[in-house]
Design a protein around this ligand. Structure first.
Ligand SMILES: [Zn+2]
Length: 273
């Protein structure tokens, strides 16, 4: 097994979320769009999904790998933070900071910082503070890994993530992402921008449906989970709504805390009137 090679390309975009399937629901189309444009994308799931009403953590792991292939992500991994108990503590911040230093993303996508599910809004704060910590020069951060050796997913040809498990990588250089944006789909807040996923809507839906243990029609949790046709209708309605805001058919919503910077007024997209 190789050690962590410094020549491995950093990620252009890393999406961090509490649960396997969150990214597929909130920003999967955007990740696929980035991959199609030649960007290197990745997904960090904070938990392994052991508390889900349906399916086991192992099933979800396989399903997450299938979804990652559809979204063409270069790297995906799940941490071992307990499902349903995502806490913004120093230990967890260090785990996420280790991934930030290892994968060196230019852009990090976090969940929006308010929401119904405590894991979602906690993941937002945890992710932000981990990005900050990852840049502190004097902080030593090592890479924490979930026990399962099969936890790494390499939907593309390379085996880099699996190798990195054995790297025992310490002394990772400080790194802070240039940009942090928030995927707002789970919360009713006006986005500051949307990404056009009109061409990618079908693939994104298929990535979500890869979680067969969660979304195929079945008895377990029938009163909690809507039927698949209903799921599609809801997802399409949301994508259309945000598409409408951007003047396209389907879109995914995001929020950035910073203001937009404009060079040429004639190139600002989205019609006003
Ligand atoms: Zn979730």
């Amino acid at each position: 097994m190789s050690t962590l090679a410094t020549s491995e390309a950093p990620l252009d975009v890393l999406a961090i979320a509490a649960h396997r399937d969150d990214v597929e629901q909130t920003c999967g189309g955007t990740l696929l769009k980035m991959a199609q444009r030649g960007r290197r994308t990745g997904i960090l799931d904070l938990t392994q999904g052991e508390m889900g009403t349906r399916g086991t953590a192992e099933e979800r792991e396989r399903e997450a790998a299938d979804a990652a292939k559809i979204l063409r992500v270069s790297w995906r991994q799940a941490l071992d933070i307990p499902d349903g108990r995502v806490e913004n503590n120093f230990e967890n911040r260090l785990k996420v900071a280790g991934v930030i230093r290892e994968q060196r993303p230019r852009v990090v996508i976090l969940p929006y910082w308010e929401g119904r599910h405590p894991d979602h809004y906690t993941a937002s704060k945890l992710g932000y503070e981990a990005c900050f910590l990852a840049g502190l020069a004097k902080l030593e951060v090592s890479v924490a890994r979930a026990p399962s050796a099969a936890n790494s997913v390499e939907p593309h040809a390379s085996l880099e993530a699996g190798r990195r498990q054995d790297a025992g990588a310490t002394n990772l250089r400080p790194h802070r992402p240039f940009k942090i944006i928030y995927a707002t789909l789970y919360y009713d807040v006006r986005p500051t921008f949307v990404v056009d996923i009109t061409q990618l809507f079908e693939a994104r839906f298929q990535a979500l449906m890869a979680y067969k243990s969660q979304f195929s029609d079945q008895e377990a949790g029938k009163d909690l989970f809507p039927a698949q046709a209903e799921i599609r209708a809801r997802i399409e309605a949301m994508a259309r709504f945000y598409g409408l805001l951007g003047g396209v058919t389907y879109a995914e919503p995001f929020l950035q805390k910073e203001v937009g910077l404009v060079e040429d007024l004639t190139l600002i997209p989205v019609k006003s009137i």
